[in-house]
Design a protein around this ligand. Structure first.
Ligand code: 13P
Ligand code: ZN
Length: 270
């Protein structure tokens, strides 16, 4: 039986946490990631065969019963994941209709999964209904997107259109746009339910004055989605106070749709 620290998914998770920290998206313990794994992927690793302890979740997600997730720990720093993955990450199996999670590996200092576990698990359930290959929910605090939520209307159509107009490829990368939640108390079931609802129609959900959620089929895809939206927000923050001379027109967006075979969110282009 192999050591789970040699698993490709573990290497990718560690690299992603480090990369997100290096991008400045995850100060201190900011941000959290959950990666859905299937039984075949983890079966060759001997150290995940028995439950170390059971952790109550405080909510229910029957759709996820029996599913395995590699998830970041609450209060843990992304900066440190590479040095002590077994302390900062945990592998859990969802049981009892989502009411409990069995810890199979990790959280070696007695820790537990992120405080945003409700938003993660509920969003997984939501995205899996739209796209059965969705495996990743990723949350972070990207500087420019966060800044944008202080000066831009939070209207989802307007927010999406502004981001699309900032870089040519935005509409190609996130044609479903971004959904936006107003400020809400984080780490609660309520923000979890609201996020999961928003995840039904878009893979990016902004938490105003807090950060961003992204979903994807793998870590690279979720990361790339956030990276693209954050780049657009960065350009917006560089130009928002300047007179706008040029933009990407809706007619040009339609050309992008046709050329790249994507369909922009219904009603978002004229
Ligand atoms: P955790 O340390 O519990 O993952 O919380 C970080 C965070 O970003 C809360 O929104
Ligand atoms: Zn956060």
């Amino acid at each position: 039986m192999k050591d789970i620290l040699t698993a490709p998914f573990m290497a990718e998770m560690i690299r992603t946490c480090t990369n997100m920290y290096d991008h400045g998206w995850d100060e201190r313990n900011g941000g959290n990631i959950s990666l859905l794994l299937n039984e075949a992927e983890i079966s060759e690793y001997g150290d995940v065969k028995r439950a170390l302890r059971t952790i109550p979740t405080g909510f229910e997600t029957p759709e996820l019963d029996g599913k395995y997730f590699l998830v970041t720990g609450t209060g843990k720093y992304f900066k440190n994941v590479q040095y002590a993955p077994d302390v900062n990450l945990g592998l859990v199996k969802i049981i009892d209709g989502g009411k409990n999670a069995q810890l199979l590996w990790g959280f070696a200092d007695g820790g537990k999964f992120t405080s945003e576990f409700p938003a993660h698990m509920m969003s997984h359930a939501s995205r899996l209904k739209v796209n059965p290959s969705n495996k990743v929910i990723m949350h972070c605090h990207p500087t420019n997107l966060l800044a944008m939520t202080y000066i831009h209307t939070l209207d989802e159509k307007a927010f999406t259109r502004t981001l699309w107009q900032m870089c040519t490829e935005c509409i190609v990368v996130f044609p479903d746009g971004v959904n936006v939640l107003p400020w809400m108390l984080c780490g609660t079931n309520e923000i979890g339910i609201a996020t999961a609802e928003k995840m039904r129609t878009a893979r990016l959900v902004v938490w105003a004055q807090h950060g961003l959620y992204g979903a994807g089929a793998d870590l690279d895809e979720a990361f790339g989605l956030i990276e693209t939206a954050e780049k657009a927000a960065e350009i917006y923050m560089k130009i928002a106070h300047l007179p706008l001379v040029n933009t990407i027109t809706d007619e040009e967006m339609h050309q992008l749709e046709a050329h790249f075979g994507v369909k922009a969110r219904e009603g978002y282009l004229s």
